[in-house]
Design a protein around this ligand. Structure first.
Ligand SMILES: Nc1nc2c(ncn2[C@@H]2O[C@H](COP(=O)(O)OP(=O)(O)OP(=O)(O)O)[C@@H](O)[C@H]2O)c(=O)[nH]1
Ligand SMILES: [Mg+2]
Length: 261
């Protein structure tokens, strides 16, 4: 049975780039990997997908024919995918690859938080083991309140889809060494992070520092792995985190959190 690696994250967080780099990484380690592109709106891909939903539905065409805007067309496209879902699932499962990477659409909110997106994923993955990679653009994590909301969105994605998850900090090559050190330091030290979040006031209107700290403790249960998709850095750690989830199966939540940072 294949292992599925589902790549999720907000628009522009680096899903397509990471899918491409992770595929290259797996193949260069003699692992058999295939890619499914689930983004009906993407124009250019840096990889050659083994299965491409654009062969079934083209968001641009939907936009033109139905007179919809980009978001409406994406919603309609994902809904239309459901009509072909059995054929797509059969095709995916006929590939016999060890790892099947799934690159998801840009407007992740439309995909992950509407029923159809999760039905499409569940139909494809079936009862195989899967890990969700939730991508956080590290250039947006410069303020503590941004880190907090990114972690909340990561948890919300997990709550919605229910796959064991690894959170991935992308674009770390764009941060200075100092900024990177501060970010990893904060993620390693939830007490200081909660003090900083509380001092920024946004969240502290409803939650005090102690409450933020206990929320953070839950949010940091997932591994957080920093990577650069452009330099190909951090992929040994990412692969190790993926393996921990896939090998640990359903028991992995009961294990001690094991941040790679
Ligand atoms: N410097 C740097 N740039 C990156 C990295 N990952 C992605 N990018 C750039 O960020 C932009 C968006 O990357 P994509 O991989 O297309 O992101 P995406 O999440 O697939 O985007 P959508 O599918 O449109 O939501 C591109 O210009 C990438 O070259 C990274 O690790 N480092
Ligand atoms: Mg993309």
């Amino acid at each position: 049975m294949p292992y599925f690696i589902i790549v999720l994250g907000t628009a522009g967080s680096g899903k397509t780039s990471l899918t491409s780099m992770l595929h290259t990484y797996l193949v260069s380690h003699q692992l058999d990997a295939a890619i499914v592109n689930l983004d009906p709106a993407v124009e250019e891909l840096p990889y050659d997908p083994d299965i491409d939903v654009r062969d079934y539905v083209d968001a641009r065409d939907v936009m033109r024919r139905r007179g919809l805007g980009p978001n409406g067309a994406l919603i309609a496209s994902i809904d239309m995918l459901l009509a072909n879902i059995q054929e797509i699932q059969d095709l995916v499962w006929s590939m016999k690859a060890n790892y099947i990477l799934i690159d998801t659409p840009g407007q992740m909110e439309l995909f992950a938080f509407r029923d159809t997106g999760s039905i499409v994923l569940k139909s494809i993955v079936g009862d195989a083991k899967a890990v969700a990679l939730y991508l956080i653009d590290s250039t947006y994590a410069s303020r503590s309140s941004n880190i907090f909301s990114a972690l909340l969105l990561a948890a919300s994605t997990h709550a919605r889809l229910g796959y064991p998850q690894v959170n991935v900090l992308t674009k770390v090559d764009l941060l200075s060494e100092e900024a990177m050190g501060k970010l990893t330091g904060l993620l390693d030290d939830p007490d200081t992070l909660s003090v900083e979040i509380a001092s920024e006031k946004q969240a502290s209107l409803v939650w005090d520092e102690e409450e933020i700290s206990s929320i953070l403790e839950k949010l940091l249960v997932f591994d957080i792995v920093p990577v650069s998709n452009t330099l190909g850095e951090g992929f040994d750690s990412l692969y190790a985190a993926i393996q921990r989830v896939l090998a640990g199966g359903e028991d992995y939540f009961t294990e001690e959190p094991n941040p790679v940072l």
